[in-house]
Design a protein around this ligand. Structure first.
Ligand code: NAP
Length: 281
């Protein structure tokens, strides 16, 4: 039976499950099978991006599943190379075409690319696409507070979501505080560290996991949930997909939360992608 994942409400009224499925690297028929398996297991939020080249895979998985479209929340993202207004509008339409969808629930600017100076134009395109009914909720990824302040100053419209790198070795305390103060929901990308660091073998996390009779992944995803962040762990395996949403029958106390947050490191980013400098196209 499908598990039930609780929901939160964004600043524009859209509701989102507190855990979604990441889909980076899930492509083609095999990818569609994994995404369909996640939907069957209870996932209702699916994260994708134009640059993952899998919007078609996501669309196919939705059509294979027995869950009606209006019960699913589908995300995609605008790549850096298409931030100029006309290109952004065309890309949103192409994203929809690739997935064979009439609308995305959430559409995000993938990276601010501040040196290029086009992210406000891109934001205006998302604002307009929302007015035209192509997107239900608009947000950003990897935006620093100064970038979000610029969006609001130039357009008067605040993102509903900022999807950022967030895992125990990089807890983003200041960025999360800014989101909270501005009613912007934090989404955590690479919530499990993408197996690029040793967080899933961490001794402290192992002790907490044993205490609760859970796995380290479950402890980490519970930590995201209790921080108030929406996490989007990617798994191709049904067993791990189910494991990752089975976190609503235990809770971490303040000491445990503090211990996990205390694992953060100044250079804890997985690939040193500082949005002030790093650019992705
Ligand atoms: P992640 O979700 O932290 O980790 C995924 C890796 O962990 C996969 O290798 C997966 O392997 C493994 N895994 C999943 N559940 C597990 C479990 N319970 N036990 C052990 N291993 C487990 O990393 P991610 O894919 O980088 O991040 C999640 C999503 O965030 C992406 O897929 C993408 O949608 C999004 N993202 C966004 C940005 C952005 O700039 N906005 C950047 C990066 C990622 P299996 O598949 O074999 O289970």
């Amino acid at each position: 039976m499908a598990k039930i994942v609780p929901e939160i409400t964004l600043n524009d009224g859209l509701t989102l499950p507190v855990i979604g499925l990441g889909t980076y690297t899930l492509k083609g028929n095999e990818g569609a099978n994994s995404i369909q398996s996640a939907i069957d297991s209870g996932y209702r939020l699916i994260d994708s991006a134009y640059n993952y080249e899998n919007e078609g895979t996501v669309g196919a998985a939705l059509r294979r599943s027995s869950v009606p479209r209006d019960q699913l929340k589908i995300t995609s993202k605008l790549p850096g190379r298409y931030q100029e207004y006309d290109k952004a509008v065309a890309t949103i339409q192409e994203s929809l075409y690739r997935a064979n969808l009439d609308y995305y629930d959430l559409y995000l600017i993938h990276w601010p690319n501040p040196k290029q100076g086009h992210y406000v134009e891109a934001w205006q395109a998302l604002i307009d696409a929302k007015k035209w009914g192509l997107i239900r909720s608009i947000g950003v990824c990897n935006f620093l507070p100064e970038h979000i302040d610029t969006l609001v100053k130039e357009t008067g419209v605040k993102p509903s979501v900022n999807q950022i790198e967030l895992h125990p070795y990089f807890n983003q305390a200041d960025q999360r505080k800014y989101h909270e103060a501005n009613d912007i929901k934090t989404q955590s990308w690479s919530p499990l560290g993408r197996q690029m660091n040793d967080v899933l073998q961490n001794d402290n996390l192992q002790r907490i996991a044993e205490e609760h009779n859970k796995t380290i992944s479950q402890v980490i995803l519970r930590w995201h949930y209790q921080l108030g962040a929406v996490s989007i762990p990617k798994s191709s395996s049904r067993v791990r997909q189910l494991e990752n949403i089975s976190i609503f029958d235990f809770s971490l106390d303040e000491t445990e939360m503090g211990l996990i947050s205390g694992l953060t490191r100044p250079n804890g980013r997985l690939k040193n992608q500082d949005p002030a400098i790093y650019e992705e196209f």
